[in-house]
Design a binder for this molecule. Sequence first.
Ligand code: FMN
Length: 263
Amino acid sequence: MPRSRTKFLAVKQTTKMIYDFVEQVSTAGCQDMESNNQSSKLANSISELIRSRATRKVLGDVASPVAISKLVAAANDPKVISAIRTAGWAPFHYDRAIDGIAEPWRIHVLWNAECRKVANHLTDWFDDLKPSNKLPSMLSACGALILVNWLPQFQNDGEDSNLVEAKEKQVQIDEEHLAATAALVQNLILVLTSEGMGTYWSSGGQFRTSKMFDRLGIPQRERMLAAVFVEYPETMDSPNERLAGKQRDKRSEPTSWLKEIRL
Ligand SMILES: Cc1cc2nc3c(=O)[nH]c(=O)nc-3n(C[C@H](O)[C@H](O)[C@H](O)COP(=O)(O)O)c2cc1C
């Protein structure tokens, strides 16, 4: 069995354990369970899930993109939406209060057909696009692309800017809007990983630009935090090149950045 498939099944099992646990909590109640045992199983599963998440940049061919059948899209697209909804349980500190929406984030999804269209248009839309730019090939391989934006309140130097000099409190508020959105991104990637999908958190490249926002109908007041490329399980055995994250192996021993304070 291919390695990606084995990993997919292992992660699937982890997800099932999490769902079983949540179901047991809601039906039987915590007191009725061997709660210690169950909690530690859940903690192990979550640790395993966090550690199994890894960047995978899948490079396709614009002239011959990875084919995603209607059946595969129908099986996976709703899971992506469900993962986004779950990710939306991320904590957030301040009511951003735009359009009656408290959350500081906005999400835009492009399914595989739209990704392939953007891949084809990129060189027309951006005449300075370098041949080495990986966006077209990544857009030719993904099952979906999720753009995660946030709404700066004070740091926005665009048209909606309501302040020239941000004060300390205002910087903190914006940092926390951004931090909440980052929590959503990690939630999202973990749920997608638990569904056996591949993920890559990119800064967005050309997707971050105001030109692209206009092309995609994204309001200019939003700022991009992540363009998450999603690979569907059914296409994981395709012969495409897959690159790991550049920092993956640079992780230090946690004692180098972890200190316990004792007074
Ligand atoms: C905020 C953020 C932005 C990122 N943007 C990029 C990017 O533009 N290009 C890239 O190659 N990787 C990007 N990454 C992914 C990192 O390269 C990757 O997380 C890192 O190499 C560690 O690998 P791992 O995710 O497999 O642990 C980004 C990660 C974060 C958190």
